[in-house]
Design a protein around this ligand. Structure first.
Ligand code: SF4
Ligand code: FES
Length: 315
């Protein structure tokens, strides 16, 4: 007889659902969707161990469980907190959360340059959306922003360390889907930075996926850099018979006319890579950087952009 899956009732912003035990508050909220879902800048469901770094997903736990209905004294990271039976969570219905989130945005922007007009990530940058939806108009910060020595990390990926928010996603990618990680976060606190081991280029077959998981413009595609604004391009779903082991061969091509300006993984409404047969649909560097002709691909049709974003304009 199949084992019965234990479920818990959780109420988020007055909406009650049943979720399997062990589900995080963030993933429970994603099942409801819309505004009830907290933003997430570092958690990435397809990368084990991600989350717990950025604090954008903070929520208020108004009641811990049926067994112990006391509220939690502090706001908690929803990506790292599992639901309990009878838990009551407040996200957009909590003034404390709104205030704390505005504070987190202010912190993230302390050192982040406001160079959206020249940044290739503009239009699909999660920090841009976060600042717009949850940030304040002004800044109270009067000190110079951090600056870093420019570092070349190879022919395909441009690192702009000043834009990095230290979410660690790119290091998880390198650990989990490439065969050798040559970059990581060096130093601590104010001095912490993404760097390669003695400026070694990142040349693994799957390194390009780091560009797709970076929520800001810290890692961008050198082959697309400064070529076009993303909202002028038209995303289409396409596939090819790729022989690289581990590559799903399913991608989004960003076209202007018949020209392929860039190739990315296909993304879901949370900005994460889509899964196929329960496996994340990562693509190899050959598909991403070398297959820049429409004749290299079988075009399936216009990409449906679920995310509320300017990238939906080009369809
Ligand atoms: S480079 Fe991008 S993905 Fe890597 S830690 Fe910085 S913000 Fe995150
Ligand atoms: S998404 Fe939860 S702490 Fe970053």
């Amino acid at each position: 007889m199949a084992e019965e899956i234990k479920t818990f009732k959780v109420t988020i912003d007055n909406i009650t659902i049943d979720v399997p035990a062990g589900t995080t508050v963030l993933n429970a909220a994603r099942q409801i969707g819309g505004d009830v879902t907290p933003p997430a800048m570092c958690y990435y469901s397809k990368l084990q161990g991600s989350g717990g770094k950025c604090r954008t997903c903070l929520v208020e736990i108004a009641a811990g469980s049926i067994a112990d209905p006391r509220p939690m004294p502090k706001l908690v990271a929803s990506c790292r907190t599992t639901v309990m039976d009878g838990m009551i969570v407040k996200n957009i219905t909590s003034e404390k959360v709104k205030d704390a989130r505005a504070g987190v945005v202010e912190f993230l922007l302390l050192n982040h340059p406001l160079d959206c007009p020249i940044c290739d990530q503009a239009g699909e940058c999660h920090l841009q959306d976060l600042g717009y939806e949850h940030g304040k108009e002004g800044t109270r910060y009067e000190f110079p922003r951090r600056i870093f020595e420019k570092e070349d990390i190879g022919p395909y990926i441009q690192l702009h360390m000043t834009r990095c928010i230290l979410c660690y996603r790119c290091t998880y990618i390198a650990d989990q889907i490439t065969d050798k990680r040559v970059h990581g976060i060096l130093d601590r606190g104010e001095h912490a930075e993404i760097s390669t081991y003695i400026s070694k280029a990142i040349d693994n077959d799957f390194s390009g996926n780091m560009i797709d998981v970076c929520p800001v413009g810290a890692l961008t595609d050198k082959t697309f850099r400064f070529k076009n604004r993303v909202w002028f391009t038209k995303p289409v779903d396409a596939h090819r018979n790729c022989e690289t082991p581990g590559c799903c061969g399913k991608a989004t091509l960003w076209l202007r006319g018949d020209e392929v300006y860039r190739v990315t993984v296909r993304k879901d409404e949370w900005g994460e890579v889509k899964s196929y047969d329960d496996k994340p649909g990562w693509i190899c560097n050959t598909c991403r950087f070398d297959k820049k002709k429409t004749s290299d691909w079988v075009i399936e049709g216009v990409t449906k952009v679920n995310r509320h974003s300017v990238i939906a304009q080009g369809r």
